[in-house]
Write a protein that binds this ligand. Structure first.
Ligand SMILES: Cc1cc2nc3c(=O)[nH]c(=O)nc-3n(C[C@H](O)[C@H](O)[C@H](O)COP(=O)(O)OP(=O)(O)OC[C@H]3O[C@@H](n4cnc5c(N)ncnc54)[C@H](O)[C@@H]3O)c2cc1C
Length: 388
């Protein structure tokens, strides 16, 4: 993107392959997304062909076997660079609309039957079809152990009853991974099911207007004696949710990348504006108060960025730093909150206008702080992971 991001640190773990991937995505975002992102956000939708164009670049295929249409390798740095770059496109909803499928594909690869994987994963990864993960219910999202959607076995079928809400991509997805209770109370007792949008007893409605993420849809899903084949049980009965808890690490890592990209938008646009805008006889950037705001933003970006690189390096070496990812998520969203506020202040009234990237970032801070595990839940989880 623009040169201001060059003020930060250089990635000591960079490789020619990672650089090439990053530049491909940056060029794609600059030419195919950024000029239209605001328009799509206002329209509440991205053109479906964009899913397919990104799918063709392989961005949905990290960690997925080639025989299912994936890349056949994992690279946390490339995943993070993708999240950062997409978050700079000017509308977080565009990134969410395209990328949300990834939280469904990891569980499908890990736990679905071979038949389902071979049939469905290539479609989702190529961008031809959407996939969603349904955990949150109208009764709550943080306390997964209390979920109430049920599934009972009847002959060669499972019968689901209940409801899910806030499901990203839910209005357009053909394929769903749904958590439902098959056993007693608690996290043990929750199984995962592969549900197709045309399953009998499945219906959906869109969520009402939202504060941000307009270009992505969130749905409430209803299961009314919804029947799926017995083979759609994913993984071990009663242990499905426990079998995928590790997948949330990548979702959270992606959200750290997303927060970082949004912080970079704050820095870039603040510098650009502060250099152009003159008050009291000099450019804004020559006023000490404004200089300090920019320095503060830049320092927070360095901290979040360094942390992200170190975590990626650890994952690359085979160690998932679960506690650190939880801490990084709430630290990044707090840093983002600071940057969004300071950037809006630097732009003044101009930042308050729709169509401006800062206005968009400001409205979308909270979805990053709440979705994928809220700040409070991340702190609890980090403490437990630290043995406290
Ligand atoms: C735009 C958007 C997209 C989403 N996409 C998806 C999706 O694709 N799939 C999906 O399954 N879900 C999705 N979610 C749901 C999201 O995961 C939940 O919103 C989140 O987990 C919080 O759940 P909740 O909103 O029900 O809040 P609640 O669980 O009701 O919590 C409310 C508040 O209380 C706090 N809180 C809860 N328990 C405690 C505690 N013990 N101590 C201190 N504080 C506590 C929480 O941190 C939160 O701030 C999405 C949400 C949004 C906003």
């Amino acid at each position: 993107m623009t040169s201001h991001t060059q003020f930060g640190l250089a990635n000591p773990f960079d490789t020619p392959e990672r650089k090439a991937f990053r530049e491909t995505i940056q060029n794609f975002v600059a030419t195919e997304i950024r000029p239209y992102a605001h328009e799509w956000d206002e329209a509440g939708q991205v053109p479906w062909e964009l899913h397919e164009k990104l799918g063709a670049l392989g961005v949905f295929g990290f960690g997925i076997d080639e025989k299912y249409g994936g890349l056949g390798f994992e690279d946390p740095f490339m995943r993070s660079d993708y999240a950062v770059t997409m978050a700079m496109c000017g509308a977080g909803g565009v990134a969410a609309a395209l990328g949300a499928r990834s939280i469904s594909t990891d569980p499908i690869q890990k736990l679905a039957s071979e038949d389902i994987k071979l049939r469905v994963l290539p479609e989702i990864l190529s961008g031809r079809k959407g996939g969603s993960l349904g955990i949150t219910e109208p009764g709550g999202g943080s306390d997964v152990a209390a979920l109430t959607t049920t599934a009972r076995q009847e002959g060669e079928e499972w019968v689901l009853n209940g409801s899910k809400t806030f499901i990203t991509g839910g209005m357009e997805s053909d394929y769903f991974v749904i958590a439902a209770r098959t056993g007693g109370p608690g996290l043990t007792g929750i199984s995962l099911f592969f549900v197709e949008a045309d399953a009998p007893g499945f219906t959906r409605t869109p969520l009402a207007k939202k504060m941000g993420w307009w270009a992505s849809n969130q749905a409430t899903l209803y299961f009314d004696e919804c029947r799926v084949p017995a083979g759609n049980l994913m993984g071990q009965k009663d242990y499905g949710f426990l079998q995928i808890v590790n997948n949330f690490n990548y979702e959270r890592l992606g959200l750290v990348g997303c927060a970082l990209g949004m912080m970079k938008v704050c820095l870039e646009d603040s510098i650009e504006w502060a250099q152009e805008r003159h008050t009291f006889g000099k450019p804004l950037i020559k006023h000490q108060v404004i200089r300090h705001k920019i320095a503060d933003m830049s320092a927070k970006i360095d901290a979040v960025q360094s942390n992200l690189w170190i975590m990626c390096a650890q994952i690359d070496a085979g160690n998932m730093p679960v506690a650190e990812i939880c801490k990084a998520k709430f630290a990044a969203t707090k840093a983002l909150e600071f940057c969004a506020s300071e950037a809006m202040q630097i732009l003044g009234g101009a930042g308050y206008l729709r169509g401006n990237r800062i206005e968009n970032v400001y409205r979308e801070v909270k979805v990053i702080a709440i979705g994928g595990g809220s700040e409070e839940i991340m702190k609890d989880l980090a403490m437990r992971q630290m043995g406290l």
